[in-house]
Ligand binder design. Sequence first.
Ligand SMILES: [Zn+2]
Length: 243
Amino acid sequence: MTLAHVQMAREPGFDPKKLGKIANRKQEPWKMPLRKFIEHLYGKQYGRDRPAVVVSVEEKLEMKRRKKLAKRAKHKHRGPLPSRPARSRTMKGMMSFLHLFPGIGTRETRTATIFGGDRSLPDDSYGFIELYCVDPDCDCRRVMINVFSETGPTHLATINHAFESPANDDSIQEQTFLDPLNVQSRWSGALLELFKEIMRDRAYCERLERHYHMVKEALRDPAHSIHQVISRSRRSSGLYRKK
Ligand SMILES: [Zn+2]
């Protein structure tokens, strides 16, 4: 499928059923649609074109949980709010690459478009938003992918991918799997398969690793602006509020 076809498919009156099942958009010629898509995602979620702060899904869930606990405690007069539990390894901070490196992130975030009534997934464009761990002392060598649909936009699946296959004694034996602690939907299985298909593109795999190293290198450089981005995000999420 050529890019011209994909473009035609976006014009009204064109029958996308004539196209193949999956069109993997190459990034570079697609700067504008992709940027719009990303802005669309963030615009809907945060009510502005580019969020001042992106809170990770984990942080959002944790905030929700704490709010619920607070409400319950208040309601039942159970005394003080339970103290914040130790954050899990994940909670320690996965942050969206788009937020940490907006320019490169916008250009290099992968989207895939499904055409022609595929039975396992609705016709839509799907964005694979990368999150990396921002603990400078951790070398987990993995990426978390939040899959959003363009219409909605809705967070449909959370995929965990390790850059190396797991060792024999690792507790998790899969290299690429649906994250059991994060958002999933009825489409998760199909989106995991789609992601695995996309991962057959070596350039994309290498890009994910490159992004991971960019984040880690920036974390090691005390002068890098990434530190301000992270602390601003943490402050506004309320999880790290000083007493
Ligand atoms: Zn890590």
